[in-house]
Ligand binder design. Structure first.
Ligand code: PGA
Length: 260
């Protein structure tokens, strides 16, 4: 696991976008795993800038999002389909039919989840998965206690996650209790993982995930087992890390060929 600490969220997102751009320039038909929430918004803005100003090409890219609220259709203002359209897809040249998000209106949820897993397989697996982290250490919507080998399935949100996400809904009663999310095992199958976390509110879950024991109580801690996971932080999100100085030292002394 590599920990990168940047002074600000803006600088971290510029680096994250360069990371993705490097992949797409090496592999134009890459499969991206995408995330929603407040964390990746600036990252997506930077990708849009790279597309417009530096011709970063998404025409061959296939994408799979982590999760979707059950009960929300694609046009619902709080649905993740709508989020992705507004924050990324409408502004780049990705083919709409190559963008995948779990179906929030699925009537047969287990079948829809199995199909989602099959589609990921058929696309050749995810090359790079973007992740945020919940205040409770979740990845995707895999809340604490989720099986570390789980696949795409229905999950019930914790009260805390519902409160954290209340800002996106008109009133608290509108927030769904259930979601479809890629499982922890699905996420771990990605060939590379880039987890972003910004702000003081993420200091505790990042410290637990990076330096604590691997446990289903902190689903993000499973990334300690991933062969190629990078944790991209601003100073505030890194403020709970005991070995922050060492991570900075590693970054400063990287051989040139390892730099992005
Ligand atoms: P946030 O959510 O980006 O809105 O903080 C992250 C997450 O819950 O995974």
């Amino acid at each position: 696991m590599e920990i990168l600490i940047l002074p600000t969220k803006q600088e971290a997102c510029v680096l994250g976008a360069r990371w993705i751009a490097r992949l797409l320039r090496n592999k134009s038909h890459a499969v991206l795993g995408l995330a929603t929430g407040s964390t990746p918004v600036l990252l997506y803005r930077e990708l849009i800038r790279l597309h417009r100003e530096e011709r970063l090409d998404f025409s061959g890219v296939t994408s799979f999002n982590l999760d979707e609220y059950l009960g929300l259709g694609p046009d619902h203002p709080a649905s993740y389909r709508r989020f992705m359209e507004e924050n990324l897809f409408q502004h780049i040249n990705i083919a709409p039919e190559k963008t995948h998000i779990p179906n929030g209106l699925a009537t047969d949820v287990p079948a829809a989840c199995a199909t989602y897993e099959e589609e990921i397989q058929r696309a050749g697996g995810i090359d790079l998965q973007i992740l945020g982290i919940g205040g409770d250490g979740h990845i995707g919507f895999n809340e604490p206690g989720s099986s570390l080998s789980s696949r795409t399935r229905i999950k019930t949100l914790t009260d805390r996650t519902r409160r954290d996400n209340a800002q996106f809904f008109e009133k608290p009663g509108d927030i769904p209790w259930h979601v479809i999310t890629m499982g922890v095992g699905t996420i771990m199958d990605a060939r590379e993982i880039l987890l972003l976390a910004f702000g003081k509110g993420k200091a505790a879950p990042i410290a637990a995930a990076v330096e604590g024991p691997v446990t289903a109580s902190v689903p993000a801690s499973i990334l300690q087992f991933h062969p190629k996971a990078t944790i991209l932080l601003d100073e505030e999100a890194a403020s709970g890390l005991e070995r922050a100085d060492y991570y900075r030292w590693v970054h400063e002394h990287k051989p040139g060929w390892q730099r992005v």
